[in-house]
Design a protein around this ligand. Structure first.
Ligand code: 2HA
Ligand code: ZN
Length: 271
């Protein structure tokens, strides 16, 4: 079978279309990287032949060497992936020395991976060390989450608390809270390192004035995290300044107990 017909390309094509329709991925906004196990890659590429090599610009963590990633291309639009996956996506293998990405498929018009690939790879490395099943890093520009970040101090305890107090699903879906970074220059290894540092404690990281990063074992999980943050941020923003019924701390504690969740410390005072 041709790789273009694989479930991996289909999953990324479907989710990029979906995210575009949410209004989160204007123009070339957003990027996704999907780590694919070698056993699956072998179904499509029994003999490894590289189309070309692409410099990473940094040295990838050892845990990522010889690993395969399906990644959205730089400058490419989420809305176009479904109609031309081979131009908008690429499948790369991280080299033995961690300095280069070998291109196996895609970026047909001479393109390369997203400028945010450092943040993706560094986040993959951190999440894989915590959870060997992690496969997805997803970045997008969800409108209400960005609004919320602009209205609050860049403080992850405050940000998390506002979310948990707005929607009873919030603490259940992200009990470890949301990591928050201040506004930074994106596309750099610095923001990659800062994001990965936050990923040690959180599967979701908000980039103030820019967007969000989510991690997960599969696309549903990463997307589900982000859409729950975004839905909750929408509730927060639509009720801002007019809230009468905030979720009481006791209910949040009750939910955490019911689902046996370990809550991010310092957000809700346990009584
Ligand atoms: O790829 O979203 O952060 C475009 C972006 C940069
Ligand atoms: Zn972005």
């Amino acid at each position: 079978m041709n790789f273009i017909e694989s479930r991996f390309v289909k999953e990324v094509s479907d989710i990029t279309s979906n995210m575009y329709r949410q209004g989160w991925d204007e123009r070339n906004g957003g990027n996704i990287s999907y780590m694919i196990d070698e056993e699956y890659v072998r179904d499509y590429f029994p003999v490894e032949k590289y189309i070309r090599d692409i410099e990473l610009g940094f040295v990838a963590d050892e845990i990522l060497r010889n690993k395969y990633f399906l990644v959205t291309g730089t400058g490419k639009y989420f809305k176009n992936v479904i109609n031309d996956p081979e131009a908008n996506l690429g499948l790369v293998k991280i080299s033995e020395d961690g300095k280069v990405a070998h291109l196996l498929w895609g970026y047909r018009d001479g393109g390369r991976f997203t400028s945010e690939f450092p943040a993706h790879l560094m986040s993959h490395a951190v999440r894989l060390k915590i959870n060997p099943k992690n496969r997805i890093i997803m970045h997008t520009h969800p409108t209400y989450t960005i609004c919320m970040g602009a209205c609050l101090p860049t403080d992850e305890v405050i940000f998390t608390r506002k979310l948990w107090k707005s929607n009873t699903e919030a603490v259940v879906v992200f009990p470890e809270g949301v990591g928050v970074l201040p506004c930074m220059v994106c596309g750099t290894t610095e923001i990659g390192e800062a994001t990965a540092e936050k990923m040690k404690k959180h599967r979701i990281v908000s980039w103030t004035n820019h967007g969000i990063y989510g991690a997960g074992n599969d696309i549903d999980e990463a997307f589900g995290l982000i859409e729950t943050v975004e839905k909750t941020a929408q509730i927060y923003m639509l009720t801002l300044g007019r809230v009468v019924n905030e979720i009481p701390d006791e209910v949040i504690i009750g939910l955490a107990k019911l689902w046996n969740l370990k809550m991010m410390p310092g957000v809700i005072e346990e009584k």
